[in-house]
Design a binder for this molecule. Structure first.
Ligand code: KG4
Ligand code: ZN
Length: 346
């Protein structure tokens, strides 16, 4: 291992449709973050096509890697460890990043570290908020995950809440699609909600008996889809843009209610006065504003990542990798990609 005051981690993320590689110093300072997004390729299909995603990772990863090093003004020899997402995600996509990391590790003798993608999202907050330290409550809201977590330490978590069906971002994308927005629909639905009027519609707030911190969005989703179909049926298969906005607003308010109460309640129950939101849906200003207001009322400090680190990126993987590396945790070459990798207490 190099004797080097600063520790530089190369972070590689390819679990879905973003090929992203980053160099991060000491877990907090981003020297480069290069992302090739495939959104334009997948949007014509209304969602990510796994086979196309992995092929495009293969095409892009070399260039993204070279640019990440040159933007950081370093060579691979300056890197202390290579952190890479090994799950959960699309298996073909994960394999591209993981195989690349292993090959690089063999060729350079630099250790590599497999990172759970969800732990990466939590670490996205360390980049934007350089003063944030555990313990805190993390609310992870992305296209694939919805979790409420007690971050006990950098490498130690207790999971209190998980979704029983759809993830929060998945619910956004599905409703957005039925409303006629392109994939990924979350940001477009948020924009449409700005023109909505409150209380025109009333949608359910999903609760699960005896699981106060768990989430459910399937009831809300079916209800909203039914409402949209009924409106279209009565109106020659059309729905006007004001009605779309009214539905978007009430849908979003139902989501906001589901997230805020649980998160604030857990913070109070554990007596931890720091909450950090992360994941793609944390780009949503309405959700952040609502959570920020509730945090202020309850004397809780609220943290969120800069927008560019809310969706999948290599920097958050590098940051999570740093805290593994300084804990002397590296991976062996027999580590395999795991599409269904669990996020468990540790
Ligand atoms: O974290 P991410 O890039 O991928 C996963 O790990 O799943 O999250 C992508 C998700 C998509 O579902 C997208 O619609 C959602 O984040 N998203 C939003 C917003 N921006 C992205 N949802 C609601 N409002 C937004 N502004
Ligand atoms: Zn993600």
């Amino acid at each position: 291992m190099k004797i080097n005051k600063d520790i530089l981690i190369l972070g590689i993320e390819s679990s879905c449709d973003e090929t992203s590689i980053s160099v991060v110093k000491n877990g907090r300072y981003v020297l480069s973050n290069v992302t090739n997004s495939q959104i334009d390729i997948h949007k014509i299909y209304g969602g990510v096509v796994p086979e196309i995603a992995s092929r495009n990772h293969i095409i892009n990863i070399d260039y993204v890697y070279s640019k990440a090093l040159s933007d950081a003004n370093i060579t691979i020899k300056d890197i202390n460890a290579i952190a890479v997402t090994y799950g959960p995600g699309l298996i073909g996509s994960l394999l591209v990043g993981l195989s690349f990391a292993k090959g690089l590790s063999i060729a350079t003798n630099i250790p590599f570290i497999g990172i759970n993608h969800i732990e990466g999202h939590i670490a996205s907050n360390y980049i934007t908020n350089t003063d944030l330290e555990p313990p805190f409550i993390a609310l992870i809201v992305s296209g694939g995950h919805t979790n409420l977590v007690h971050v006990k330490n950098y490498n130690s978590f207790k999971i209190y809440g998980r979704t029983h069906d759809d993830a929060c971002g998945e619910a956004y994308d599905k409703i957005a699609r039925v409303l006629g927005f392109e994939y990924p629909g979350g940001p477009k639905l948020e924009k449409s909600a700005l023109n909505g009027t409150k209380n025109i519609f009333t949608f359910p707030r999903g609760e699960i008996k005896d699981c106060p911190y768990d989430f459910t969005y399937s009831g809300l989703k079916s209800h909203v889809i039914n409402v949209i179909h009924n409106i279209k049926q009565k109106n020659n298969d059309r729905i006007d843009s004001k009605t779309i906005s009214d539905i978007s607003l009430e849908f979003q308010n139902s989501i906001i209610d589901s997230l805020i109460n649980r998160t604030i309640n857990l913070s109070k129950e554990l007596n931890i006065n720091k909450i950090a939101i992360c994941g793609g849906v944390s780009a949503n200003d309405a959700i952040k504003n609502a959570l920020s207001t509730e945090c202020k009322k309850n004397n809780i400090k609220f943290f969120y990542p800069e927008k560019k680190y809310t969706t999948d990126n290599g920097a958050m993987i590098a940051s999570a990798g740093y805290y593994e590396f300084i804990n002397k945790k590296t991976s062996n070459l027999d580590l395999n990609a795991n599409a269904n990798l669990e996020f468990t207490d540790k």
